[in-house]
Write a protein that binds this ligand. Structure first.
Ligand SMILES: [Cu+2]
Length: 176
């Protein structure tokens, strides 16, 4: 599942649905139906605690990471709500080159629960905000408690199914 700018959103819906079919407790409604179903989506009725998982990032505003190829920097400027929570989140993401210049090319976002092998049901929409020089990514729909991997792939002028210029991954523990 690789979600990019609007033209790829339809593809994202299909692949997300296929991938999420593999998760047995994937019963949350995709719409913002409130917290009433929280008990249904946690494993065995127990709340999930992944805060000690060595993979996860501790959320702070302006959390930045060097890309895997060392070419770009990806900064999670903010999450709303903060820290990221179960349900729909909005991320602001800044991508800069080695000179610190903000970039505005195609950005793909890939959401995955690595322990369950599925993505999300609602693909995020990525828009570039020329005022902040950053991307708005919404919704970042983290519907299930547990560890989520959020990958950003920067493509520049190339389409989002090309080889990315650089990429970075963030891991967050979503509590049930
Ligand atoms: Cu899951």
């Amino acid at each position: 599942m690789r979600f990019g700018l609007a033209i790829f959103a339809a593809f994202g819906v299909v692949s997300a649905a296929l991938a999420s079919a593999g998760c047995s407790s994937d019963t949350a409604a995709p719409a913002g139906s409130g917290g009433s179903s929280a008990a249904d989506t946690s494993s065995g009725g127990e709340s999930v605690s992944c805060l000690d998982d060595p993979r996860i990032d501790t959320y702070t505003a302006q959390l930045d990471k060097s890309g895997a190829r060392g070419v770009l920097t990806f900064e999670l400027v903010s999450s709303e709500p903060a820290p990221p929570a179960k349900g729909s989140n909005t991320f602001e993401v800044l991508v800069t080159d080695l000179d610190g210049t903000p970039l505005s090319g195609n950005l793909g976002v890939d959401l995955l629960m690595p322990d369950h092998g599925h993505g999300t049901q609602v693909p995020p929409v990525v828009t570039f905000d020329a005022d902040s020089n950053a991307y708005d990514v919404s919704p970042v729909y983290l519907f299930m408690p547990g560890v989520w991997r959020i990958e950003f792939d920067y493509y520049g002028d190339a389409p989002v199914d090309a080889e990315p210029v650089d990429r970075a991954t963030f891991f967050f523990c979503i509590e049930g």
